[in-house]
Design a protein. Structure first.
Length: 296
């Protein structure tokens, strides 16, 4: 079976005050792409522990090929400890080190054997440690397909130098509104949102920039044109993974030959659908995305 898409990066457990949820943006994206019938390889690393076993079972259940899931004999499966602050806001501690900080190049090349995958999707968080960073650099040096970067600025797990390197090696970049402002601050870029997006794109020469705007929908700048989608009216259950779903939907539609505006509409609808369901990898039918697209 030809691997069509490679997702590289963290898989982990969100340890919330009342429950434990499987997470990691790359896994959420891989889940949706596999569900939309793309053969997707999840390149990651788990610990030799109960949390790792549970993640492996989940990913198998999602239909993801376990061939690229490495098992670390000494470092534990990734966890994020979520606590409620005195101001009643959620604070997240992304534990370091985690198994996904130690992804090695040992079995990466198999996913890239001819014919090459159409794209590789990677997040900025997954290369916070030099071991996984080297694996990602090696992987990117071999890739012929599209390189899709999901910007995830999670203090203190990044530096402007490293993020800049990732931005220079991407073709399509997804970020949220806050991340757009932070990046533009680094490079002295000013103006309204569209002006900032245009200048960032001109600096790095990306094919496309996707900005998620939460309840306000999303903005896409591709081939010199802007496309915007307003938010859908949904009864939000939780917003976990809705940005990941939006990215996956956009990539799916784009690879399926949709024009930019139509690809954005599809991604926007999938993101809204996931916001109306519980957790980052909920079950749904493709028909539900189409129904959502036709709601105004």
């Amino acid at each position: 079976m030809k691997t069509e898409i490679v997702c590289f990066g963290e898989v982990l457990w969100d340890i919330l005050p009342d429950k434990e949820l499987p997470g990691g943006a790359p896994m959420n994206v891989a889940y949706h792409l596999q569900k939309l019938h793309h053969i997707t390889a999840m390149v990651t690393r788990i610990g030799k522990d109960e949390y790792g076993d549970r993640l492996l079972q989940l990913m198998r259940g999602y239909g993801l090929d376990p061939a690229y899931i490495q098992v670390d004999p000494t470092v534990a499966t990734g966890k994020v400890i979520a606590t409620v602050t005195p101001a009643q806001e959620m604070a997240y501690d992304i534990l370091f080190p985690a198994a996904w900080d130690y992804i090695t190049t040992d079995i990466l090349w198999e996913a890239l054997e001819s014919p090459h995958p159409a794209c590789i999707i990677f997040g900025s968080l997954s290369s916070r440690n030099h071991v996984s960073k080297q694996a990602l650099q090696a992987l990117l040096s071999k890739v012929r397909g599209l390189r899709v970067l999901d910007v995830n600025l999670r203090p203190p797990h990044y530096s402007s130098t490293h993020i800049t390197w990732l931005l220079e090696h991407a073709d399509i970049v997804k970020m949220n509104e806050h991340e757009l402002h932070e990046l533009c601050g680094w490079y002295g870029i000013e103006g309204d949102m569209r002006a900032m997006v245009r200048q960032l794109r001109d600096r790095f020469l990306w094919r496309a920039v996707l900005v998620t705007l939460g309840a306000k929908g999303c903005l896409l700048y591709e081939d010199g044109e802007f496309y915007q989608q307003p938010g859908h009216k949904v009864q939000v259950v939780d917003t976990i993974g809705s940005g990941d779903a939006l990215l996956a939907g956009y990539i799916h539609a784009m690879l399926s030959g949709s024009k930019p505006g139509a690809a954005l509409r599809f991604g926007n609808a999938l993101g809204a659908l996931v916001a109306g369901k519980s957790e980052g990898c909920p079950d749904y039918e493709t028909a539900e995305i189409i129904t959502m697209m036709h709601q105004h």
